[in-house]
Each structure stands twice: as C-alpha cells, then as structure tokens.
Design a protein around this ligand. Structure first.
Ligand code: ADP
Length: 571
C-alpha cells in the first residue's frame, strides 16, 4: 500500500470525511475509464479533476449540480422519490417535527413544519446543504448538524442530540435532532434529518426540578420523619427527623430495608400493609408500628403511607413517620385517671346508697302510719320523692361505672319481647293517663323472641317511656313494634317539647341534658340515654331518635331476633 500515490490517499481521506462517494470501488492499479466518483461541491470536483489528470483516468460527477437539476426543477421526478413510500410522505408532511430529506448532503425536500419554523421556502432550500439554515442555528450547532449528516451518509444513524433553534420570529427553542439512513437494498439512498421541539418538555422538567426542590426543603425541615422506599422495601431517602428518631446517620440507613428498623411485632404487620398498598395502589393512614433502635429500645410511631407510580408502574412509597411516645404516655395517664374516676364513682355511689335506703324505708313507714298528721305526711312525701331521685341518680352512676369498667353483668337468655313490652305498657299506663295523655299501643303478639337480658332491656324501655312522659304535657304517647327482615323495630313516640337538630346528636352522650328542657324542673341525670345506648350495643342492637322542636320525638330501637334454628351459642 505504500506505493499508493498521494492522490489516492487524499481521495480516501475525503471519502472518510463523507465528501466523496463510491471511491472505495476504485482500485488503484486497475483504473477504469468509466468509474464514476460522486462529489458534493463544484470546487471539490475541480480540485480532484486536477489531481486525477496527473495520474489516473476517472469520471468525476458533481452531485450537487445534477441533483439540483434533477429534483429541484423537474417536479415529476421529485415525486418519484416518495411514490413508493406514500405513508412516509404523509407523515413527513403532517408531522410537527422539523424534517428534511437529503441525498448526499443535498436537501431534496423540506416538510411544512420545517418551513414554518425557519421561514425558508421549499424553493430556497432544494438543492442546498444544511448551511442554508444558518439563520436559525448557531455556528456551533450547524457544525453538529453537518457532522451528523456526514455520519448518516456513512451509514451511521445519529440519535437525539440537543441544539438550540431560533425561529423566523427570533424566538428561542430547544430541539433534539436525529438522522436516519434510508436504505434501498443495503445502499444508502438518502437521509431523513428530523428535529423535535422539546422546549415545553424542558420547561416542565425545570419546573419539576424546582417543585422537587420545594418538597425536598419541606421534607428536610419537617418535624416528622419522611422517607421513601423502593419497590423492594429499601430506603431511598430519609430526612433529618428520621435520622434523629433512629439515632443513626443517613449514610448507614440508605439502601437498607425499612423493615430492619421495625420491632419484631411490627415487621409482619408492615409487610402485609406493603403488599396491600402495592396491590391496591391506595394510601394508608395512621398505621401504628414500633421502631427499633440499634441501642435496643423501641419507640411507638404512627405512619402514613402513600404509593407512588410512574407510568403505571409501582415505583415505591412515601411515608411520613410521627413519634407518638408522648401521645401514648398521655393516653396511658388518661386511662389510669379514667379508671380512678370510675372506681371513685363506684365507691361514692355505694356509700351514698347505703344511708338513703333506710331513710326511704322510714319515710314509707311515716306515710303509712295513720297517726301521722297531714302536715308531716306532706313533708314526708317531699322527702320520699327526693330520696327516690337520689337513689335513681346513684343507680345510674353505678350503671355507668359498671359499663365503663366493663363489669356490668348481662344475664342473656331467649326472651319473648312481647312479654317485656306488655309489662312496660302495664307499668306506665297509670302515670300516662293520670297526666291526661292518650296512650297508643301496637305490639303484635306474633313478634319473634330475642336473645337478651330481661331486666336491662326493661330498663331501656322504661327510661324511654319515663322521658316521653316527662317531656310531654299534651297529646299522646305511643309504643309500637314491628318485625322487619332481620330485626324487630320498636318505636316510642311522644307529642312533647321535641329536641333541636343540634342537640339530637348529643343526647346519647354521658351527662348530656338538652337546653330545651333546662328551665324545666328536670329531674333527670343526663345518664339515661347513654346507658340505653350501651345496653343496646351489648345486644347487637341500635338506638336513635328523630324529633322536631315543639312537635315531639320518636325514639327507635332495633334488636336482632332469634331465628328458630339459631342456638344460644351462635349468638
Ligand atoms: P335525663 O335523665 O336527663 O332524662 P337522658 O339521658 O335520659 O337524661 O336524656 C338526655 C336528654 O335528652 C334529656 O335531658 C332531654 O333533654 C333529652 N330528651 C330525652 N328524651 C326526650 C324526649 N322524649 N323529649 C324531649 N327531650 C328528650
């Protein structure tokens, strides 16, 4: 090869640079008169012709000229290029991307988008090379395009290189360009040069970076722990608050498994939640877990977990972690003081009950004694009424303390509900009628039995009836029962003072007495409905009220009934 003349070496160099085509087919030593070498510019053609004259015979063809003539002027031939590629043609014209079709570095076609962006017409561009666009590309970017087109000419596709572009109105854009070789039987026929506007995308990315930065600052300064976990459960981000919680530095924590920092009891629970979140793609709130420090101690935490996805793929979870040691301590103390209160109420109630019982007994004796004067009897009646009231209060307090400490005993058995309701009707009838109220009852004998404590249920109905009588001066009181699909519905209705919408939500609270009845000589404790609600809960039942101020109230009770085949154990 060292006997190659300079001209051949130079031509080979030019071929490498993409400015000369088909030269490799030319073999030194066996020159062919008709060998055609395609060269891009006229100037180059002349130089080569000059050199060739000195050595070998070869035909030089100026491609820029011929192509210009061929496609620039004769439209019919130009059409042929894409005739067989109609689809390509359509895409070429309709896309919003900047596109050129080149052959041997010469532009043979330009699409609508490229003309719109550059402001250069088809006529101006055909037959030129890429430097025709020097107005819209910087010098540096133009060089990038030339290199890319040259590479493509050598069969090397170039993908997505970023450049700036100044459109015809002088506005700046960011584009990514690519070149694709269009081949015909392995021979490079032409190049598709295309650019995509990524300005908006880039702006969005910058916004995203800013946004991420904002959230990062938020996380970094948060008093709660903030962590992110990858799909396998490894920690990908931890904030300073979490480091502090664990008393371990970020460098030691990152890329390790989150579950490694949970107590043994919490690991299984967390794994279940992790799988669940992944499957359902739903966030989970207020999950209570235990964090285990390397020193061996544990701290209670409350975790809120949210999954995050990218293009529908589960990519991990974000968790906020709150140290709830202090809250737990307060809760414990509250529980303790609640227990103390219940114990105190229990003792106080018993202590009160013991002296009141004999007082009530002696007052009964005074009232029954024929020798007692009317004046003394009247005094004894007032004392008896008040000692009965005191006993009711003591009984209510005792019931509440039993319910609070879960020590109220329920003698559960199969009960014919009709019997309980009939007894109530019998007991209440005289009081209702003596107050001049109408008493309406509708209790079908066919009602099924229920499973419950007779005395406790009677206490509930009595309480409701006593309230109805207490708050009703005119009209009627009614008690009805019906059998529904799977329960018995009992309603007690009065035409009394009614309860406001606001208060109806509170009447089942402990010690609540409504405003409406405040100025009445109310003899209640505000505990009755609370006790009713608790007793019904123990019977898997429900109680609620509907009322209209000034018109009256209805209290509803729902109780499940026993099916013929239901056994006691099943209930
Ligand atoms: P109390 O012993 O005060 O009656 P309850 O818990 O039984 O306590 O009732 C709480 C409050 O609900 C009563 O003070 C009263 O304001 C209201 N209330 C209960 N039943 C009726 C009713 N039938 N009509 C009007 N208000 C009622």
């Amino acid at each position: 090869m060292n006997h190659e003349p300079d001209i051949v070496k130079e031509l080979k160099k030019l071929e490498k640079l993409g400015r000369l085509k088909n030269f490799s087919k030319y073999t030194y030593g066996k020159p062919k008169e008709e060998k055609v070498i395609n060269v891009k510019t006229k100037k180059l053609v002349n130089i080569i012709k000059e050199k060739i004259k000195q050595g070998k015979n070869c035909k030089i063809e100026d491609t820029s000229k011929t192509k210009f003539e061929k496609y620039g002027k004769e439209k019919t031939i130009k059409k042929d290029i894409f005739k067989s590629e109609k689809k390509f043609r359509e895409i070429f014209d309709s896309t919003s991307d900047f596109q050129l079709y080149l052959e041997k570095g010469i532009i043979l076609d330009i699409n609508n988008a490229a003309m719109k962006i550059s402001g250069i017409t088809k006529k101006e561009v055909i037959g030129q090379d890429i430097s025709i666009f020097k107005k819209i590309f910087s010098e540096k970017d133009l060089k990038k395009h030339i290199t890319a087109i040259n590479d493509a000419n050598d069969g090397l596709d170039v993908n997505d290189y970023e450049t700036e572009l100044k459109n015809k109105n002088g506005n700046n854009y960011v584009f990514v360009f690519s070149t694709d070789c269009i081949k015909d039987h392995e021979e490079i026929k032409g190049i598709l040069f295309r650019g995509k506007d990524i300005t908006q995308h880039q702006r969005e990315m910058q916004e995203l970076v800013k946004l991420e930065e904002k959230y990062r600052v938020l996380a970094e300064t948060s008093a709660d722990g903030v962590i992110t976990i990858d799909p396998i459960g490894r920690l990908t981000y931890v904030n300073p608050a979490f480091e502090k919680m664990l008393k371990t530095s970020k460098s030691q924590i990152l890329a390790t498994l989150f579950r490694d920092y949970l107590s043994e009891e919490s690991v299984y629970f967390f794994q279940q939640i992790f799988i669940d979140i992944r499957k359902k793609n739903e966030k989970k709130e207020n999950v209570e877990l235990e964090l285990a420090r390397s020193s061996g101690d544990t701290i209670p935490i409350e975790v809120n977990i949210a999954p995050y996805r990218k293009e529908d793929q589960f990519t991990g979870m974000v968790c906020t972690i709150r140290d709830i040691t202090e809250r737990r301590r307060v809760e414990e103390e509250l529980k303790k003081s609640e227990k103390l209160k219940t114990e105190f109420m229990n003792i106080a109630a018993h202590e009160l009950k013991s002296p009141v019982t004999p007082i009530k007994g002696y007052l009964d004796l005074i009232l029954q004694d024929e020798k007692t004067s009317k004046k003394v009897k009247d005094w004894a009646k007032v004392s008896l009424r008040n000692s009965e009231r005191l006993l009711r209060l003591v009984d209510d307090i005792l019931d509440v303390s039993r319910l609070d400490s879960d020590t109220m005993r329920f003698e559960m058995e199969k009960l014919p509900i009709v019997e309980i309701l009939d007894e109530i009707v019998e007991d209440m009838k005289p009081t209702i009628e003596s107050k001049g109220l109408k008493f309406i009852t509708n209790i079908p004998i066919s009602l099924p039995s229920i499973f419950g404590d007779k005395h406790r249920l009677a206490q509930v109905f009595k309480n409701l009836m006593v309230n109805a009588i207490k708050f009703t001066d005119y009209g009627s009181i009614s008690i009805k029962a019906i059998k529904n699909k799977d329960h018995i519905l009992i309603s007690i209705t009065d035409t009394g003072i009614g309860i406001s919408k606001d208060e109806i939500k509170k009447i089942f609270n402990k010690f609540y007495q409504s405003y409406t009845s405040y100025d009445r000589k109310n003899e209640g404790t505000g505990l009755g409905l609370f006790i009713c609600n608790e007793i019904l809960e123990k019977h898997k039942g429900k109680i609620w009220a509907e009322s209209e101020l000034g018109k009256g109230s209805t209290f509803y009770i729902k109780l499940p009934y026993l099916n013929e085949n239901t056994t006691k154990d099943e209930k």
